[in-house]
Design a protein around this ligand. Sequence first.
Ligand SMILES: Cc1ncc(C[n+]2csc(CCOP(=O)(O)OP(=O)(O)O)c2C)c(N)n1
Ligand code: SF4
Ligand SMILES: [Mg+2]
Length: 335
Amino acid sequence: MTTTNTLSMISGVHDSPLEEYYTSGHRTCQGCESALVMKLMIKAAGPRTVVLGSTGCMYVANTTYYSTPWVVPWMHTQLGSSGSAATGTAAGLKALMSKGKIKDEPMNVISFCGDGGGVDMGLSAISASLTHLQYNHLVFCYDNESYANTDIQDSGSSPYGVNTSFSPPGKLHRIMHKRWKKNMAAMMAVGHPGVRYVATGCGSYAVDLMNKVRKALALGGPTFIHTYDPCPKGWDYDPMYSHELGMLGVETGIWVQYEIEDGELRLNGPSRMIEAGRRKRKPVYDFLKRQGRYAHFTDEDVDYYQEKIDEMWEKWWLPGIIPIHPEDAIPASPG
Ligand SMILES: Cc1ncc(C[n+]2csc(CCOP(=O)(O)OP(=O)(O)O)c2C)c(N)n1
Ligand code: SF4
Ligand SMILES: [Mg+2]
């Protein structure tokens, strides 16, 4: 494995780098948290970084004809290919360096994808990329909970009951999207021994997110980060509330902030306080009622959603992370 960049931890907003590598030139919606997440991601990684992006809002709305906000080398890759693009680029750089064709220096490779591109279509390529431990790269999944760029179709990461263009509430069936959100980060952590870093994040907790990017890149090998990104268009709310909705997602316990470093799990921020019993979860109603995508929810629907979140925190083997109920385990037979 080639060496990685030394990236120190950022102690607070005042300590974050001033330089921007994702600047003007994009045309994402006002209040787009995924755009903020891109800005934080590359601010943390710095200039010695190659960014690859699979199709989705962060490709299409960012890079149109001759305009782009990326100041670092950037390449588009096919919708399901963030994993293979990451491995291929890291392997290519390593080969060029070992042949002396380019300077041998630590180089960050970050390959991002949306939830449609990563949690659904590109899952196998991401999984494969996390088994090639000899290459340094970060797969970064920004999750706005729909195929947003093609007009908000539901994905495997869309939450229960949500109104999307593929799951509009009708007179006969109010709830059309009945699946629960895939548990992507935990799946990546548990299924890929040898991966040194897997984390969840949210743009509302900017310093936490930037430090997670730095840890992933500095630890090296293949790593994975999954962010929770309010999307004014798909979630249907006034763009000024993006930051607040990200916080509410965490404070209600719907989204859990954590990192797994060399097999050691740490919950972060409000999620850590909730887990330690030092803070109460806010009712999911406070989050759901703020978004048009849940406008069709009745009181029963909200109660059901709350029950599922309570179960995630109270009955799962690891709260919000591993959905196994230890009390239901069949005891091993003696002898
Ligand atoms: C193989 C393939 N199928 C379909 C498309 C059309 N398409 C372009 S962007 C997109 C949505 C991607 O959703 P996601 O990965 O969640 O990113 P988002 O748009 O939400 O940022 C789709 C379906 C495509 N570009 N390639
Ligand atoms: S649709 Fe959502 S993710 Fe796409 S640019 Fe607009 S706010 Fe961002
Ligand atoms: Mg998406």
